[in-house]
Write a protein that binds this ligand. Structure first.
Ligand SMILES: *[C@@H]1O[C@H](CO)[C@@H](O)[C@H](O)[C@H]1NC(C)=O
Ligand SMILES: *[C@@H]1O[C@H](CO)[C@@H](O)[C@H](O)[C@H]1NC(C)=O
Ligand SMILES: *[C@@H]1O[C@H](CO)[C@@H](O)[C@H](O)[C@H]1NC(C)=O
Ligand SMILES: *[C@@H]1O[C@H](CO)[C@@H](O)[C@H](O)[C@H]1NC(C)=O
Ligand SMILES: *[C@@H]1O[C@H](CO)[C@@H](O)[C@H](O)[C@H]1NC(C)=O
Ligand SMILES: *[C@@H]1O[C@H](CO)[C@@H](O)[C@H](O)[C@H]1NC(C)=O
Ligand SMILES: *[C@@H]1O[C@H](CO)[C@@H](O)[C@H](O)[C@H]1NC(C)=O
Ligand SMILES: CC(=O)N[C@H]1CO[C@H](CO)[C@@H](O)[C@@H]1O
Length: 479
């Protein structure tokens, strides 16, 4: 099974479609595994854990999910800032660009006498902010979505490589990194001067909120570290050197540009995510001391005022979508603590000025109703906190069972947020008709296990899941 996906993806796809439409393969007509991508707000995976393969056997379904997401995402790449159809004010498409997401034009006083073209609207109408209301025309320029997909693709392809050693996955990572950061024809310039750009007559410049667009550098760095430390042959010293060079330039921008420094001092999730990004990149370039200082700075500044005595996060609860923002900032706090742990700075028990911890914030968040917001945003946080602080009385596992349902051990993050109970849901026999889609049971009955490359069945399932993938990601970019 291992190398069945090694080459000729489209040929495989065609072959599988033929099998499917001819109804020859009853096996494939069983309920197909459909796990559409959930793009977590952010995360950091310790490469040593991923490479150890010392996984609980209850993570086999999460492993299968990771392989599937790696394949789904890879089929969409590579990604580049050159793909956008609008050119930034600099005239250079290599500059990253996005528009402020909650910004809407007010053309009522623009003095227009005829219908305005989109370009005229963007430059002549004043824009007003409507918090939480996403202006859909923002996606005409989708550098932010492209980077989000890139960071997930790098993370899951690196993890899939760690799981089964298939060079297809490590080659994917090398190709995607090369396209976004290195190839002179397609590379992104190392700045965010036009991120979450304001529009209108006084706009045309980036804003500090746009620094958030690249927060998922923490995921991307996790993937790169896995290949680097795992000595993947496809991760060459040349690409490593060039990515490090790019990152050093970008860290220069991130630590000196006016809007970057404004973002660093943001009191809410924007500040929290800034530290995710900077610390991860410092780790990437080998500056562990710098990363440690960065994480320490967060936990001795913003963090101090982010969690109230009752565990609420007042700066997030005050927003239009409080459930989302609480989960969002929690993900960023957890990522900072994981990065801290990686560089030898234990932040899990550090208290805020109100004596509260990350666990307090989670314990409050799980008591709050999601209303019409996406409840799933909180799930990775619950599992992460349960894994780190322990799950006394099984409270968190029971919460997951009640709120996330019986498929929660299939979620990718269940692999790296361990130990966490599977509530007995993962069955030792992973058969041909299982909900996990794994078709081999080799290794599943030992106390440690890695997923077999689930090959054809999962590949076919991934095409059906493909259309749904990506949609889930939308709300995660907003803040
Ligand atoms: C493997 O994981 C188990 C459970 O987390 C741990 O107790 C053990 O020390 C690990 N073994 C190695 C070699 O890392
Ligand atoms: C490139 O842009 C097109 C049109 O906007 C979009 O449909 C496509 O998904 C983009 N490709 C990637 C890889 O981002
Ligand atoms: C501009 O003016 C025209 C005519 O008065 C009007 O129909 C239109 O809605 C205005 N706004 C835009 C964005 O074109
Ligand atoms: C290092 O990165 C900078 C900025 O992206 C670029 O101009 C330069 O050519 C790179 N140098 C090497 C040796 O790759
Ligand atoms: C937090 O502190 C308690 C009590 O000192 C300790 O038992 C626990 O291991 C600490 N947790 C973490 C995650 O450091
Ligand atoms: C995991 O290993 C334990 C102990 O060997 C076994 O009882 C259990 O059935 C296994 N579970 C799975 C899902 O393989
Ligand atoms: C399971 O896989 C291992 C390692 O790939 C192999 O040595 C072993 O023979 C396999 N066992 C079965 C029952 O297929
Ligand atoms: C483990 C498992 O589910 N095995 C099943 C595989 O498919 C055959 C034929 O459908 C079943 O008889 C097995 O029970």
């Amino acid at each position: 099974m291992r190398s069945s996906l090694g080459s000729g993806r489209s040929a495989l796809r065609a072959a599988l479609s033929a099998v499917f439409s001819a109804s020859v393969g009853v096996l494939f007509l069983q309920p197909l595994p459909v796990r559409s991508l959930t793009s977590y707000a952010n995360d950091f995976v310790d490469p040593a854990y991923a490479l150890s393969k010392n996984f609980s056997n209850t993570t086999i379904e999460a492993q299968a999910t990771i392989v599937q997401w790696a394949q789904d995402l890879a089929s969409q790449g590579p990604w580049t800032v050159m793909n956008k159809s609008v050119t930034p004010p600099s005239g250079d498409k290599h500059d990253y660009m996005s528009w402020a997401p909650y910004s809407w034009p007010d053309c009522s006083k623009a003095g227009n006498t005829t219908e305005l073209t989109p370009e005229q609207i963007w430059t002549t109408c004043p824009y007003v902010t409507k918090d939480g209301q996403f202006n859909p025309d923002g996606r005409l320029i989708n550098d932010v979505g492209a980077f989000g997909d890139l960071s997930d693709a790098v993370l899951y392809n690196a993890l899939a490589w760690a799981l089964d050693g298939n060079a297809v996955y490590s080659s994917n990572v090398a190709k995607f990194i090369n396209t976004w950061f290195i190839d002179p024809a397609t590379m992104m310039n190392p700045n965010l001067n036009y991120a979450q750009m304001a529009r209108g007559p006084n706009g045309q410049v980036g804003q500090h909120t746009g620094v958030l667009d690249l927060k998922c550098m923490a995921k991307l760095v996790s993937g790169v570290l896995i290949l680097r430390e795992g000595k993947a042959a496809e991760w060459t010293s040349d690409i490593d050197t060039q990515l490090t060079n790019w990152t050093n330039s970008y860290i220069g921008w991130l630590t000196t540009a006016k809007i970057a420094l404004e973002e660093e001092s943001a009191t809410n999730n924007h500040g929290t995510f800034y530290y995710n990004q900077l610390a991860a990149l410092q780790i990437l370039v080998g500056d562990k001391d710098g990363a440690k200082q960065t994480i320490e700075k967060y936990f001795t500044s913003q963090y101090k005022n982010q969690i109230a005595a009752n565990g609420d996060q007042p700066l997030e609860s005050a927003r239009t979508r409080p459930f989302h923002y609480r989960a969002y900032n929690l993900a960023a706090m957890i990522t900072n603590a994981k990065l801290g742990q990686y560089v030898g700075y234990d932040a899990w028990n550090l208290t805020t000025s109100k004596g509260t911890t990350i666990k307090s914030a989670l314990d409050y968040a799980i008591t709050q109703p999601a209303g019409n917001e996406a409840a799933s945003e909180l799930w990775p946080n619950v599992v992460a906190v349960g894994a780190v602080y322990g799950d006394e009385g099984g409270k968190y596992a029971q919460w997951m069972l009640k709120n996330a349902g019986t498929t929660y051990p299939e979620d990718a993050q269940f692999l790296w947020n361990q130990p966490f109970s599977d509530s007995g849901l993962v069955k030792a026999t992973v058969g041909n008709n299982s909900k996990s889609g794994s078709t081999s049971s080799n290794g599943t009955d030992s106390s440690v296990g890695t997923v077999p490359d689930n090959g054809a069945a999962a590949a076919l399932g991934s095409w059906t899941a493909f259309a749904a993938a990506g949609v889930a990601a939308l709300s995660l970019f907003l803040s």
